[in-house]
Design a protein around this ligand. Structure first.
Ligand code: ATP
Ligand code: MG
Length: 282
């Protein structure tokens, strides 16, 4: 299962959701790859990976040269892997301006590795440019975090239109789910927004609502703390519930075999991915 975590609105919880969900699935024994497609590289930072020599950008710019497998690095959490981001992702659009079929490049580079993981989560930056378009082309599911605050609905129509357009032009199987984030139960507008979004989007809105959490807000959860949060934190409990609500099935053994991957006794759980740690260029 490939998920694109997407919303062109900044600061709505895309990166926190990507990393928290990925870490929660990894704790459940699923093998998870996080692709950091944002020039800010916040997902890489939260995963404790900084200044990686290679990034997903290398594979996007040279799909036949640099296989994604060589770029993927392990994190400190078992089962959780990262294709690191890079600040030069900001120039992705202009770098690929003349490349035909550029929206398909991410799907193309993920294809050889997708059966090594039960879930691939793509963290997008706050745009609806080429990166997010590529991720919608590659994904089975677009997951849209919506912050429970009054201005959150601005722009929700825009991301919805992009998903609809991606479905028509790039990826007919694409599904959409909305996750409400940063609900402050002390503020009356929060609940009103939850109700409003549920009325607008019905079953596409996930049951789990992520509460506002002071620890996350202070940005103290990084590296091991982000990947292994305290079970007493309400937001961590909510992300656990979200992980159960969206739990991907283990990748079936047949597809791994048909993709040429070595067969494994318990697919989706045993062994290491074939992905080798990225080489550290000096
Ligand atoms: N549940 C939460 N409670 C409190 N603060 C949160 C919560 N989730 C995220 N935050 C904080 O809100 C800010 C934005 O979150 P995050 O980086 O996940 O959003 P984003 O949508 O990825 O942002 P960007 O669009 O810049 O990539 C961060 O400082 C983060 O620590
Ligand atoms: Mg982000």
């Amino acid at each position: 299962m490939i998920l694109s975590v997407i919303n062109q609105k900044g600061g709505v919880g895309k990166t926190t959701t990507t990393v928290s969900l990925g870490a929660a699935w990894a704790r459940r024994g699923r093998r998870v790859l996080i692709c950091d497609l944002d020039a800010q590289s916040n997902a890489s930072t939260l995963c404790g990976v900084r200044d990686s020599a290679s990034s997903i950008l290398d594979a996007l710019l040279d799909p036949s040269g640099e296989p994604l497998e060589r770029i993927i690095v392990p994190t400190s959490a078992p089962n959780l892997f990262l294709a690191p981001g890079h600040r030069a992702l900001a120039g992705l659009e202009s770098a690929l301006r003349d490349v035909m079929g550029r929206e398909s490049i991410l799907a193309e580079i993920l294809e050889p590795v997708r059966h090594q993981f039960d879930a691939i989560l793509i963290d997008n930056g706050p745009t609806l440019g080429l990166g997010p378009a590529m991720s919608l082309r590659a994904a089975d599911l677009a997951l849209v975090p919506v912050q429970c605050q009054p201005l959150a609905l601005d722009g929700l129509e825009q991301v919805s239109n992009s998903i609809q357009m991606a479905r028509q032009r790039l990826n007919p199987k694409l599904q959409r789910r909305i996750v409400l984030t940063m609900l402050d139960a002390r503020k009356s507008h929060g609940k009103a927004i939850v109700e409003h979004v549920r009325k607008m989007f019905g079953d596409e809105v996930l049951a789990t609502v992520i509460p506002a959490n002071a620890e996350i807000e202070r940005g103290v959860l990084r590296g091991a703390a982000a990947l292994q949060p305290s079970a007493s934190s309400p937001a961590a409990r909510a992300y656990s519930a979200l992980a159960d609500e969206l739990l991907p099935p283990p990748e079936p053994q047949e597809s791994a075999a048909s993709n040429g991957a070595a067969s494994q006794p318990t697919p989706g759980k045993a062994g290491r991915p074939k992905a080798a740690p990225a080489s550290r260029k000096k």
